[in-house]
Design a protein around this ligand. Structure first.
Ligand code: AKG
Ligand code: FE2
Length: 274
């Protein structure tokens, strides 16, 4: 399947010093993904607004995750040259349209903070974006003590190193609709120093457009607001300006011939993705 093929391709990107840490399921280390200056810039721009990290259920403040998160979901961060360059590097490595990515998040763990063992695949397979396929995790600092990423099923421990990245799938190579449960992982408590890292998740399908449209949530928006947000997200991420998604949310009738066209993402390189 596509996951094995991507991992194979990454192994040839020698400039990132790739190394397979686990073969089945695959976990890839890219030891020199970005240099120290680039990492410092990503942290400076991306770490603009740290709040207690959320996870899972209720109001999202769970005892199993005690770090802070800064979401890169505001124009000053999203549209910055450094973030565009960083995200481009990741999406071209994964051969994934920018539309399929979530907003990047920068994490901070201070002494004693951690994220207990969990799995990153949290989206129903029949949700508009489909499952989270890849986690691309970049370390933006070293940690004096602790703060490793630990994969309990793989007996694998990764020590943070500034500018290095690890990448793994949340779904199975043989069947992308099946969770790869063995890539469960944990952020071990930091015992000395501060840990900074960046999370970037990609989905099977377009994430940005339905996210902007608040599909499947209770957010109330007028049809006009929704259309504008969707248009902005699509065009910003290189999407075609007109498509089934737009038609579907702008209230066209079910017998409109446009609805019979398959919905397509067109990424910046003009390649089509189902
Ligand atoms: O901090 C780490 O090492 C892992 C973080 C993580 O798993 C997550 O944010 O989903
Ligand atoms: Fe995670």
């Amino acid at each position: 399947g596509g996951i094995a093929a991507r991992m194979e391709a990454m192994l040839n990107m020698k400039e990132y010093s790739p190394r397979l840490l686990s073969e089945d399921p695959p976990v890839m280390m890219l030891e020199t993904f970005i240099d120290r200056d680039f990492a410092a810039e990503v942290l400076r721009v991306g770490g603009h607004d740290f709040q207690r990290s959320l996870a899972g259920f209720d109001d999202g403040h769970v005892p199993s995750r005690t770090s802070s998160t800064s979401w890169c979901n505001v124009p000053t961060c999203e549209d910055s040259a450094v973030m565009e360059r960083f995200k481009e590097r990741i999406t071209s490595l994964l051969d994934c349209p920018m539309l399929n990515t979530e907003h990047l998040q920068v994490l901070r763990y201070e002494v004693g903070q951690f994220y207990k063992s969990h799995h990153d695949q949290n989206s129903p397979v029949d949700s508009p974006p489909g499952p989270r396929v890849w986690t691309f995790f970049t370390y933006l600092s070293e940690v004096d003590e602790g703060g490793e990423t630990y994969f309990p099923y793989l007996n694998l421990t990764v020590t943070p190193k500034t500018g290095s990245a690890i990448v793994w799938p949340s779904v199975r190579n043989e069947n992308i609709f099946e969770d790869e449960l063995r890539t469960e992982h944990e952020a071990m408590p930091v015992r000395a120093g501060v840990k900074y890292a960046a999370n970037f998740w990609t989905h099977l399908r377009d994430f940005q457009t339905p996210h902007a449209a608040h599909c499947g949530t209770t957010a109330v928006r007028t049809a006009t607001e929704r259309r504008k947000a969707v248009e902005a997200a699509r065009v910003k991420n290189g999407g075609a300006p007109d498509g089934l998604m737009n038609a579907a949310i702008s209230g066209v009738r079910p017998d409109d011939p446009r609805l019979r066209q398959p919905y397509r993402n067109v990424d910046k390189r003009g390649k089509e993705e189902l």
